[in-house]
Design a protein around this ligand. Structure first.
Ligand SMILES: O=C1C[C@@](O)(C(=O)O)C[C@@H](O)[C@@H]1O
Length: 254
């Protein structure tokens, strides 16, 4: 049975599914405004999708920004993410440049947790160590922007993330058919029973929306919605998402 990970005061893997929303602005000024709006919207976790800024301003040092973002977010935990183009993000960095970008942001104190892509195999162990040194919790992730692998393959991938040292494991796939969503939910259920870390899953796209609502029943600990701007297909407004997640917690939890 999955464990619980504390991000500031937010217990991931316990009780109601936690609602996360991305900060996607490509400018520091825009990010600070977005951080204020996301916090005011009452999300449980803010995800800084730093790939938008890194792609718009390659090589620009960001030293004061993480601290300013932190201050703007108050008690809301911050998940740092540099998402690669192959996984639905904006950056086209080779493994070395990806590791350098993530490490620099970690060193500047940019995250209570950091998202590290499983596919970054060769630099992943070093980044896991670096995150631990900075006190950030490690979420290892995998995104399929074209389709949905078989349930067993998704469950294996989630297990590989846990074996790589993840505190939280996460998979996002693209659903083209309701059976894709069923496969994702089966993998979620299996991983939640077999792993001792919180599991986070979602099916992207309109068919996948239902997977963002029912996580507590199948064993997914976090769902992603949007405040101003979606970072993936199928995200809905966090206010409505929070209501549904609370409804499930109240009436339909396992
Ligand atoms: O991994 C995820 C989940 C996500 O892809 C989604 O489908 O909501 C959105 C991303 O910002 C985040 O990093």
């Amino acid at each position: 049975m999955s464990g619980v990970v504390l991000l500031r005061d937010v217990a991931v893997g316990e009780g109601r599914v936690k609602v996360a929303a991305p900060l996607c602005s490509p400018t520091p000024e825009g990010l600070l405004v977005e951080a204020g709006r996301v916090t005011a919207a009452g999300v449980d976790i803010a995800e800084w999708r730093a790939d938008y800024l890194l792609a718009a301003r390659p090589g620009v040092p960001l030293r004061e920004l993480p601290a300013a973002l932190r201050e703007r977010l108050g008690a809301t935990p911050l998940l740092l993410t540099v998402r690669s183009a192959e996984e639905g993000g904006e950056t086209t960095l080779d493994d070395g440049a990806y590791a350098a970008a993530v490490s620099a942001l970690l060193d500047d104190g940019a995250g209570d947790a950091v998202d590290l892509e499983l596919a970054r195999g060769s630099v992943l162990p070093g980044l896991v160590d670096r995150a631990r040194e900075t006190g950030a919790r490690v979420l290892v992730s995998s995104h399929d922007v074209t389709g949905t692998p078989p349930a067993a393959e998704m469950a294996d991938r989630l297990a590989a993330m846990a074996a790589a040292g993840a505190d939280v494991v996460k998979i996002a796939v693209t659903a083209r058919d309701p059976l894709d969503v069923i496969a994702l939910l089966e993998a979620t259920y299996t991983a939640d029973r077999e792993l001792d870390v919180p599991v986070v899953t979602m099916a992207m796209g309109p068919v996948g929306l239902v997977s963002r609502l029912c996580g507590e029943v199948f064993g997914s600990a976090v769902t992603f919605g949007s405040v101003d701007r979606a970072s993936a297909p199928g995200q809905i407004d966090v206010a409505r998402l929070r209501d549904v997640v609370a409804l499930v917690h109240e009436h339909a939890a396992r």
